[in-house]
Structures are given as structure tokens and as C-alpha cells.
Design a protein around this ligand. Sequence first.
Ligand code: SOE
Length: 379
Amino acid sequence: MTKKKINVGVVGYGFMGRTHSNAFGKVNQFFKLEHQPVLKAVCGRNAENVAAFAENWGYESSETDWRALVTRADIDLIDIATPNDSHAEIAIAAAAAGKMVMCEKPLAMNPSQAEEMVAAVEKAGVANMVWYNYRRVPAVTLAKQLIDEGKLGRIFHYRAKFLQDWTISKDIPQGGAGLWRLDVNAAGSGVTGDLLAHCIDTALWLNGGISQVTAMTETFIKERTHALTGKVEKVGIDDASAFLARFSNGSLATFEATRYARGHKALYTFEINGEHASIFWDLHDLHRLQYFAHSDEGRLRGWRSLHITDGDHPYMKNWWVPGLQIGYEHTFIHQVADFLGGLSDGKPAGPTFRDGLATDYVTDAVLRSAASGRWENVS
Ligand code: SOE
């Protein structure tokens, strides 16, 4: 079957530019799809570096100005893998030019920007998606299936955390290519928008809407040298953020994220406790889902450690043989596969920009609550 080509233009070529390029390049080798992404162009400000990236990943061309890329007639899809402060401008211009848009998380710097982005893609009627990749870890997708099938019954508790330790040194500068996540003007917020946003996206998907939050944040290192100005400047991001939440379904939640948990590199975990069963998942052991079912025979009742590698587990029939694992990069490939599948069957795969906006409403309420010291409603 001749596949329908989707010419992709990626803006940004850092860590996320690599995960996305890998996904666009590999998806058709493993998934049977009607569409095929073509690595048409990659865009970045440094001509030499972006050309080298293009060659390494097999792009046909490179650009140094995203405005030129989004108006190129030979581009069908703009993929945004830049720091957060440029998501809105690029996405809105891409939608206006009639391109499909995929955007790195968090969708925007704040909800009002995100609302404009949603309005732009919906007005243009273009397919859109936000890269909350952890939904597509097979074990996490299985958790979604089990919840939707009612295996957990009524849900009482949701507990999530995302712990890292890479910014503990006061000598790490803020700003610039590798460290823009520490610069509030580029990132919008700290761990709330970077790490909690992942936990919130998964939670909204698995357990429905969050109605209220009460939060606290802290910035442990108050000043850092700015990599771009060379000056010591106030740090505007949150280094740690924790909040309590009430879901619309009546369940209670705790969420925590920090970059100051010595020994933890990317410890994203969640546990969900329902009337009939509980689920626990850990990114450091991403191919396992821990499951406890109260209906098990009493003598054998206990937590089961399910190895999510079998053909009847989500996505796994596309990979190797039962028992053999996949990893982090595959979640991005799954995301592209589902995006392209959505183009074929007319059912857009989430998270769409509208779903990304829902997450931004929660992170905004978290930051508002940390500032006010009160419970805040989620818009
Ligand atoms: C931060 O260190 C980071 O790279 C996030 O920006 C990603 O979204 C997360 O998946 C891993 O950690």
C-alpha cells in the first residue's frame, strides 16, 4: 500500500528534538499505518549545529528561522520542540498557515496563552497534540484500560510524585540552551510546569477532572548566574512543589515534584487505590505494573508484579516477542502512531491542545494556591 506522506518540520533540536525525530523516523517500521512521516526539515538558530543534526537524523533540509519553516508549502505538520516561551507563537502561526501542530509539554507559559493556542488550532481545523508521552508507556495505558473496565471500582486515592536531583548545586547557572528550565522567562514555572504537569496529565486521563487544589512551593536556591547575561539574577522558578487535590469524582490526591531529592533522577510514580483494587507504577521500572485485587482468593491475595511485555498488552504486539522489554523512547513512537491513527479514523488521539489546556489550568491553580496560601478552584 502506498502510504500518505506527512511532511514534518521540527522546530528545536535539543533533548526533545531527538526524541521526536527518533519517533517520526521509526514509527512506520513498527506500526502498520496509512500515513508516513517524512523528515522534511529541522529548524534551529545555529546554522552549523542544525545542519549537523539534520544530517545525523536524516532530515532533507534545515532552516534557521521558524517563520520560514511554518509557511513552507512542502510542510504538512509543525512539531514544536523548543523551550516553553516560544510554543504559543509558533503554534498559532503554524495553525494559521494550515499546518497540523504537535507541541512539547507544557502547552504554554500560562492558561491564557494556552487558550489562544486551542482557539487557533480549532479555528483552523488542524490536527493537534501535546507530547505528554508517559500516557503511552504500555503499563500506564494498561492502567487506563483497567480503570475504564471498572476493575478498581470507585476510586478513593490518587498519589503521584516526580522526583529529580539535578539542580541541587548552587553553581549551576540558569538560562541558555541546556538550562532554560531554570529560567522563569523561558520556562514559565519550575517543577510545577515541567514535572507536575506530567503527573497531572496522567491523572486527568486516568481519574478525570481536578476541581480544587491547595499547594506549597519553594525556591531553595534564590539566585543563580544567568548563562546569557553573565550576571547573578534572582531565580523565579519553583524548585519544589507539592499539592493536595480533590477530583470531581470525589477522590483525594497528593502530588509532589522536586529537583532536590538527592538520589532520584526521574522517579515518576503513581498509586491509585480503588474499592476493589489498587495500582502502582514507577518510571524507573516502567515495564511493570503492580496490581492488588481484593477479589483474589484470600490465601493468595497480594500485590502482583505484572511484566507488561506480552502481545495482549497495549502496543506490545508491535515490538519484539513476549518477555522482552521496551523503554522511554518507545512512548514517543506510540504517540506518533496514535496521532497518525487518529488522522485515518477521524478520532483525534489525545492529549489534544484542549487536554493540554486542562493541565495548564491545574498547574495555574497550584501556583495561585502556593501564592495565596488558600485552596483554589481549577478553572
Ligand atoms: C526535566 O529534567 C525533564 O527532562 C522533563 O522536562 C521531561 O518532560 C521529563 O520527561 C524528564 O525530565
